[in-house]
Structure formats: structure tokens, C-alpha cells
Write a protein that binds this ligand. Structure first.
Ligand SMILES: C[S@@+](CC[C@H](N)C(=O)[O-])C[C@H]1O[C@@H](n2cnc3c(N)ncnc32)[C@H](O)[C@@H]1O
Length: 202
């Protein structure tokens, strides 16, 4: 299962930035800025860095470690970091099995990642484990619509979308964050399906 997700992102890595271009110009750039404005502390983990689209939003003076499961997405992030002069430690790693000790980071950030992680609750439990007690977790995720007809449609087309593009469009990520044991502090509706989720490790 993990291999399928990784190979899907390896396959779309060369066209990922192009694919997301319109969404980026319309909305994502504002939302990325909002997410990164929430940074607290000095040590940041970015889960699912992809091609490095968040690099321009990294706040100055913080130490960022960023991981991704796809070697090809990560290769593009490495190149971008070099070109843009971004100081970031990039590592290939599975969010479901993070190779960091407990209580390592002040804050963990992920944008549109837990729609793809095969076992999202396990991934979020790992996020909780590596976050320091009192540390923050900020996620921007699209979730299953609350509208019944839309939800039916999303559930119906999800197998095709996830196979071709990577993400599942029917995840209940707010509920998954709660299941992981993180304490949800705030959920902001950015649109019907895009949520900004702020949580904390107690
Ligand atoms: C939709 S992309 C988002 C990339 C980036 N966060 C952004 O905002 O453009 C999802 C990313 O999550 C990564 N991913 C999926 N499952 C993962 C896992 N189990 N561990 C680490 N990264 C994973 C994919 O390889 C991909 O780069």
C-alpha cells in the first residue's frame, strides 16, 4: 500500500507543480502563508514536503526538517532548496514510521498530506510522538464533504482519483486527528472541504 502511494508520487513528481498551478495561484499561496504564520518555537518538522512548495513560507530563524516518502518528489525539493537558498534538512521517510526520537519538535506542519498517507491515524500518532509535550500540530487538509450528495460523489470517484493522482478525497482528517490522541484546539473552514486544523500534544 505504501509502495503504491510512493510510486504514484514518484510518477507525478515531474508534473506536480504544473498540476497544482491553478489552485496555487487561486488559493493555496494564501493558505500556505496562513499555515506558516502559526509557527511557534524553533524546531519545525514538515511532513510530506513534496516538491518544496512551502519553502518560500518558512519563517526566518527556525530550524526546519522536512520529510517525504517519495524519492522523486524529494529530489525536486532538494533542487528547489539549492536554487532558492533554503536551509532545510531533507530526509526520505515514511510518516507512519518516523525515525526521530520522542519529543523532538516544537511544531509539526503538513499541507495536503494525510489525504495520501495510507494509515493516517498511525501517521498522526507518529506526529504526536515526535512533537514535544505542549507542542503544536498544524494541518491544512481537504476532507470528505459534509454535504451528503457531494460525499457520495467523492466516495464513488475516490478509487480512481487516489490511484491516478495519489490523494484520497474522502478522508475524515479532523476525526483522525482526534483519534491520534492530539487535542484539537481549532478547526477553521477555509472552504467547505479545506480545513485548517490546529492541535496540540498535551
Ligand atoms: C499532495 S502532496 C503535497 C505536497 C506538499 N505538502 C505541498 O503542499 O505541495 C502529498 C505528499 O505527501 C507525501 N506522502 C504521502 N504518503 C506519505 C508517507 N506515508 N510518508 C511521507 N510522505 C508521504 C507524498 O509523497 C507527496 O509528496
Amino acid at each position: 500500500m505504501v509502495t503504491r502511494v510512493r510510486s504514484t508520487y514518484d510518477r507525478i513528481a515531474p508534473v506536480y507543480d504544473l498540476m497544482e498551478g491553478m489552485m496555487e495561484r487561486k488559493r493555496m499561496h494564501k493558505w500556505r502563508a496562513l499555515v506558516w504564520s502559526k509557527v511557534e518555537g524553533n524546531t519545525v518538522l514538515e511532513v510530506g514536503v513534496g516538491t518544496g512548495k512551502n519553502f518560500p513560507y518558512y519563517p526566518a530563524g527556525v530550524e526546519v526538517t522536512a520529510i517525504d516518502y517519495s524519492g522523486k518528489m524529494l529530489a525536486r525539493a532538494r533542487k528547489k532548496a539549492q536554487i532558492q537558498g533554503i536551509k532545510v534538512r531533507l530526509e526520505q521517510m515514511d510518516a507512519q514510521d518516523l525515525a526521530f526520537p520522542d519529543n523532538t519538535f516544537d511544531i509539526v506542519i503538513a499541507i495536503c498530506v494525510f489525504c495520501s498517507v495510507p494509515d493516517p491515524v498511525r501517521g498522526l500518532e507518529e506526529v504526536k510522538r515526535v512533537c514535544k509535550p505542549g507542542g503544536k500540530v498544524v494541518l491544512l487538509e481537504h476532507v470528505l464533504s459534509a454535504n451528503k450528495i457531494m460525499a457520495w460523489l467523492m466516495n464513488t470517484v475516490n478509487p480512481v482519483v487516489s490511484t491516478l493522482m495519489g490523494p484520497n478525497i474522502n478522508r475524515r482528517t479532523v476525526e483522525n486527528v482526534a483519534k491520534s490522541g492530539l487535542k484539537i484546539e481549532r478547526v477553521t473552514d477555509l472552504t467547505g472541504i479545506f480545513k485548517l486544523i490546529e492541535a496540540r500534544k498535551e
